[in-house]
Write a protein that binds this ligand. Structure first.
Ligand SMILES: [Zn+2]
Ligand SMILES: [Zn+2]
Length: 238
């Protein structure tokens, strides 16, 4: 499916669903006639990023794919917007209240906002950042995997959720002090089988803060012969 077809399909399906079920906005709980589960006013108040971000120096990247200062250290992050209300509240519902359907809206908004630039990276695989199996079991799902699955048909990129594993539990990054996060995440990931053909990979997670989780995932993937070319998240915030 081409990107244009994907966007047309998003609009068509939204229109049909809303005709039958006028939804309550998941951001502010008012009735919405918007073609989404989030109302126009909430969608408009998302503090959106117009450009991708360099995960090394957090500068916006208005031109070109790579940060000219950080060069090969750089990893280009496509994030919908800042981790502030209403995006933060929607992510909390997605992650902790079991409302997986918000992932469809996140994926659609990401594709409308950045789809053509993501396509330029010519990736073969979307790799969700894994949770430790115990944490995934208690939550019932891995939110990064759910998001990757929603993105896959829109971007026409396969999801590979079995190449990057998380064997070490560690403490949730949100509980860690900023400077401790890189140390805390070191060594938690594992790639059991080396890449066959240096597949180009885009990492997917719900929120990026310091970027240390993404950078560690890239280190391990690239060490096993993959080529991590970019990252996607719903929000970025420090
Ligand atoms: Zn709303
Ligand atoms: Zn940079």
């Amino acid at each position: 499916m081409s990107l244009r077809d994907a966007i047309l399909r998003i609009e068509l399906v939204r229109g049909l669903v809303d005709f039958v079920f006028p939804p309550l906005c998941l951001g502010c709980s008012t009735y919405t006639d918007n073609k989404s589960i989030v109302c126009d006013s909430c969608l408009k108040s998302i503090d959106r990023f117009s450009f991708p971000i360099c995960l090394c120096c957090f500068k916006m990247l208005p031109s070109g794919a790579l940060c000219s200062e950080c060069r090969e250290q750089s990893l280009t992050l496509f994030a919908l917007g800042n981790y502030t209300a209403p995006l933060r509240d929607l992510i909390i519902q997605f992650k902790f209240k079991g409302i997986r359907s918000i992932a469809t809206m996140f994926a659609e908004e990401l594709v409308v906002q950045f789809g053509s630039r993501i396509a330029e990276f010519d990736a073969a695989l979307l790799v969700p950042v894994p949770l430790h199996p115990e944490r995934e079991h208690s939550r019932g799902y891995n939110q990064a995997q759910v998001l990757a699955q929603r993105l896959a048909p829109l971007l026409d990129i396969d999801v590979a959720d079995d190449i990057l594993l998380r064997l070490v539990k560690g403490r949730p990054q949100a509980d860690q002090k900023f400077e401790k996060r890189a140390e805390n995440i070191k060594g938690v990931f594992n790639v059991p089988r080396p890449a066959k053909t240096a597949e180009r990979v885009i990492l997917v997670d719900d929120v990026v803060t310091t970027g240390s989780t993404m950078m560690e995932a890239r280190r391990v993937l690239d060490g096993a012969g993959y080529r991590t070319v970019a990252a996607i998240s719903v929000a970025h915030g420090l």
